[in-house]
Ligand binder design. Structure first.
Ligand code: AR6
Length: 169
């Protein structure tokens, strides 16, 4: 049984086995939660990301996929980087957003992570409407078979927290 918790706060303050990062394909950092994770995680996270780019992920991490690195100075063992889709009104990219959660949990299982913190992937710079992002996040986690004991959604502001709380029922 996986317990789902919702908290309002900064994901870089969490104590968990794995922190999920809403990254971009380059894996080399950016703004939003990605910037915060690299700042708090320190150079070891970026070093690991560069190593991934030099190896298996020469072209970057495809949208909807997930990969792990050290968590550096964060109070976690791993960062799981996933790349959400940019929201589009013309094209339904929901399956890719669902894939971020499923793939992140698959990587968490491979690592043996039992507690995993997620941000609202794609709901910031990538423009996904919050209610829909929350629905996809919760439905996907509930529908995924995983050994993770606790999934903690860490919502940065009240609006995001309320969107998740509403969808959680
Ligand atoms: N803790 C928890 N949530 C946060 C934090 C934080 N410290 N900071 C922001 N959020 P975003 P995306 C929330 O933009 O939409 C980056 O440049 C934020 O309020 O971080 O997937 C990457 O490199 C929002 O609800 O990620 C990519 O280029 C949610 O996290 C691009 O942004 C996601 O917002 C990815 O865009």
């Amino acid at each position: 049984m996986t317990t789902i918790e919702l908290v309002q706060g900064d994901i870089t303050d969490q104590t968990v086995d794995a922190i999920v990062n809403a990254a971009n394909s380059s894996l080399l950092g950016g703004g939003g939660v990605d910037g915060a994770i690299h700042r708090r995680g320190g150079p070891a996270v970026l070093e690991d990301c560069r190593r991934l780019r030099a190896g298996h992920y020469g072209k970057g991490l495809p949208t909807g996929r997930a990969v792990s690195t050290t968590a550096g100075e964060l109070d976690a063992r791993w960062v799981i980087h996933t790349v959400g889709p940019v929201f589009s009104r013309e094209e339904d990219r929901s399956a890719l957003l669902a894939s971020c959660y499923r793939e992140s949990l698959r990587v968490a299982d491979e690592l043996g992570a039992r507690t995993v913190a997620f941000p609202a992937v794609s709901a910031g710079i990538y423009g996904w409407p919050l209610d829909d992002a929350a629905r996809i996040a919760l439905e996907t986690v509930r529908g995924t078979d995983t050994s993770v004991d606790e999934v903690r959604f860490v919502l940065f502001d009240e609006q995001a927290y309320n969107a998740f709380a509403k969808q959680a029922g």
